[in-house]
Design a protein around this ligand. Structure first.
Ligand code: GAR
Length: 203
């Protein structure tokens, strides 16, 4: 196999998905190395996880920029300078700007806590509960200019149970997220994904 792929991760908070990716790399389930953790939030726990694993942390603090455009420009500069093969959004809670989408088209993926195309945007789990669906889940997809709308790579589903509140459903979905994201990254790193129209073909 060719050398290990270089993966950069962008996260805003807790970083449990990031941790699942690190664990999968450490166990040899993903033929890749993490070249950097990027965050918009100086308090993100994901950054502590990165430091504990000796992964460089870059904070591009959203609150320090005068405009969204300037923030995006600075973030893009940082991301490009680490030259990743794949950019993974693992709990990144902002909409990715068009310059970043353009730069990383076909090599940027996102994990979303709903079965897309249902319930894009914030609080996918709450939207699912409020809608009354009986099955919920998570999706890993390529990022394009449509919010949570790019080609779907992997999905996993869970039941919605009587008496679920948002926290219980989110926890059940999160367990599947931790399987879904490493699986999608592995497929990408093994060169097994191609985008045809709005579909992802897995070889
Ligand atoms: C996860 O549930 C992820 O799917 C969601 O945020 C959580 C982050 O958890 N992402 C989104 O809602 C993106 N729109 P984590 O920080 O523990 O990985």
């Amino acid at each position: 196999m060719a050398g290990k792929k270089r993966i950069a991760v962008l996260a805003s908070g807790r970083g449990s998905n990031f941790q699942a990716v690190l664990d999968a790399m450490r166990d040899g389930r993903i033929p890749a190395t993490c070249v950097g953790l990027y965050t918009d939030n100086p308090k993100a726990y994901a950054a502590d996880r990165a430091r504990a694993a000796d992964i460089p942390v870059t904070t591009v603090d959203y609150s320090r920029f005068a405009s969204r455009e300037e923030y995006e420009k600075a973030l893009l500069r940082e991301l490009v300078s680490c030259n990743p093969d794949l950019l993974v959004l693992a709990g990144y809670m902002r909409i990715v700007g068009s310059e970043i989408v353009k730069e990383f088209t076909g090599r940027m993926i996102n994990i979303h806590p709903a079965l897309l195309p249902s319930f894009p945007g914030l609080h996918g789990q709450r939207q699912a509960l409020e809608h009354g669906v009986k099955v919920a889940g998570c999706t890993v997809h390529f990022v394009d200019e449509n919010l949570d709308g790019g080609p779907i790579i992997v999905q996993k589903c869970v039941p919605v149970l009587e008496g679920d509140d948002e926290e219980a459903l989110a926890a059940r979905i999160l367990e599947q997220e931790h399987r879904c994201l490493p699986e999608a990254i592995r497929l990408f790193c093994e060169g097994r994904l191609s985008i045809v129209g709005r579909r992802v073909i897995i070889r």
